[in-house]
Design a protein around this ligand. Structure first.
Ligand SMILES: [Zn+2]
Length: 295
């Protein structure tokens, strides 16, 4: 009898394993993502938060992903009002100035430069990364769920640089220590139908819906606890170089994740000074995703 019960428990464990193995990351962050997805569903929207990647200074944080199956952009996807085979981006003009003294024009130029760097990657030659003007409408939605902005139009562009938000926002999204540890984060949404992720082009990847990037204005805020690490343009540590962080974040926007310990890469999870050009692992990651575009 004891043997039979053990066997039954073993079977139950095997059956339950796939559900537990699906998500990966910080349990508190994953629970927050699931709560937002319940609210998105209750709003009748066929999009769901799928991945949050934190770029930190000091201690790294795990990647947070709901499904094991990876996601990719789908060329010509009418659900995101795609511009053909292009990937579009928009820089929110309303949140671009920093407490460290940068103007909106300075941060926007650095973000634009990072996008040009990715657009010039040889493995991205089949995709054009095209900038859209900020028409003044709210272009982002993730901040809404934390009380830091309205529920904007999520389809004004594929990738939205949502600007510099206060320390409290990063503490709310990342949990304890987020406000002084997270430089920026990327949040990727996928399309769902009846709560189930879609794969409309049958490429075995979930379909990316939109991506938003948020930057932490606590860095360089004279009255904050990161006054000694101000955002700047082409600045060495202890300053934080905007273009370096933008290149990292827009790497996520284009689909690549973090690379672990050595060798060096733009997509390291922890900031390590100015890196305004891709390293071999970054090249390889982009080639895997984009060399066959449109799939
Ligand atoms: Zn990252």
């Amino acid at each position: 009898m004891i043997v039979r019960i053990s066997a039954l428990l073993f079977v139950l464990a095997v059956v339950a394993a796939p559900a537990r193995a699906q998500s990966q990351g910080d349990p508190a962050v994953l629970a927050m993502m699931q709560q937002i997805n319940e609210r998105l569903a209750s709003l009748g929207l066929d999009i769901a938060v799928e991945q949050i990647e934190f770029f930190t200074i000091g201690q790294g944080r795990p990647s947070n992903r709901i499904h094991q199956q990876p996601f990719r952009w789908v060329a010509n996807d009418p659900r995101r009002i795609a511009q053909g085979n292009d990937i579009t981006f928009l820089v929110d003009q309303s949140d671009g100035a920093t407490a460290s003294g940068l103007t909106n024009a300075q941060t926007e130029a650095a973000i634009d430069s990072s996008m040009t760097t990715w657009d010039n990657e040889k493995c991205l030659k089949k995709v054009d990364i095209v900038k859209r003007a900020d028409g003044g409408a709210d272009p982002d939605i993730f901040d809404f769920f934390f009380g830091f902005g309205g529920f904007g139009n999520p389809f004004l562009a594929d990738i939205v640089s949502a600007g510099w938000l206060p320390r409290a926002y990063f503490e709310a999204v990342g949990g304890p220590g987020g406000g002084r540890g997270i430089l920026a984060f990327s949040v990727t949404f996928i399309f769902v139908s009846g709560g189930v992720p879609t794969d409309i082009n049958g490429d075995n990847y979930l379909d990316t819906a939109l991506n938003e990037v948020y930057y932490n204005d606590n860095f360089g805020n004279p009255v904050g606890d990161r006054a000694g690490n101000p955002w700047g343009i082409n600045v060495a540590l202890p300053g934080i170089d905007v273009e370096t962080v933008a290149l990292h974040e827009n790497g996520h926007s284009l689909g690549i994740g973090h690379f672990g310990p050595p060798p060096p890469a733009v997509l390291k999870p922890v900031y390590a000074g100015i890196r305004q050009s891709p390293f071999p692992p970054d090249h390889a990651g982009m080639c895997t995703i984009w060399s066959r575009w449109p799939n």
